[in-house]
Design a protein around this ligand. Sequence first.
Ligand code: CAA
Length: 262
Amino acid sequence: MVYENILIERRGEGPRQTGLITLNRPKQMNALNDALMDELGAALKAFDADAGIGCIVITGSEKAFAAGADISAMVNFNLEDSYGGDFITRNWETIRTIRKPVIAAVAGFALGGGCELAMMCDFIIAADTAKFGQPEIRLGIIPGAGGTQRLPRALGKAKAMDMILTSRMMDAAEAERGGLVSRVVPFADLMTVTLAAAESINELSAMSVMMAKESVNRAFEGTLADGVMFERRLFHSLFATADQKEGMNAFLSKRKATFKQR
Ligand code: CAA
């Protein structure tokens, strides 16, 4: 696929590298249209299928991670276009099928669908310039890419309602206090810190990384009892891997583990 709305790079030196995806519609503040979401889905799938990639990072520009779904593309939508055309589901949900970790590196505005895209990633590292918001209510709509579900899970009901109903933006410090983002770093350090986090994951056993991601996601999708049982069975199955033997023996021998990915 030829990418016109995103940039694709590989970063890192080791046997497994980081797939870096940069949203790139600078004139539109990275507003997310169909073309961009199709490309993002294709790039995510390609990195997920690439054995030389351990972790994926999605980022935007200094000004905007993404300012939301492209308003000019949907201004004249009717029900046939939105419901009939399966708007959002048709190409925004690919990210949920990705088995490798996906980290969002957010600077500037992450609004509407931009905030929702960041929340679909496994965790968010924010620059101190980041601003999160769900301003859809001002457009006469509501968040449509999971915002009403993921924001309360991340921040609790009070802050999620406040953001969704008043459309106020949340700065990076408040987002970190509330648990929406995992770390806040100076803008100048955003990519160095995020790529170092990705690199540390690249060095691990891919199977345990994928199972950890799958198991944490279960916490949001079912009951506690189901989630704990799911985790227990994945945990048990990792004792069938050579990497578990290597990891534990390396610890007991006080040396660094060399994982063989099997
Ligand atoms: N869609 C389309 N174009 C957008 C856009 C969007 N979501 N956000 C910004 N742009 C465009 C602007 O129209 C403008 O284009 P022109 O130069 O051609 O006029 C350009 O990007 C720069 O934007 P501004 O001049 O507005 O820049 P600013 O610095 O004054 O403000 C901003 C930046 C606060 C991000 C402001 O652009 C803004 O509020 N954007 C809209 C945010 C929004 O409402 N997002 C929700 C969209 S709906 C949605 O996402 C639904 C869903 O849940 C999936």
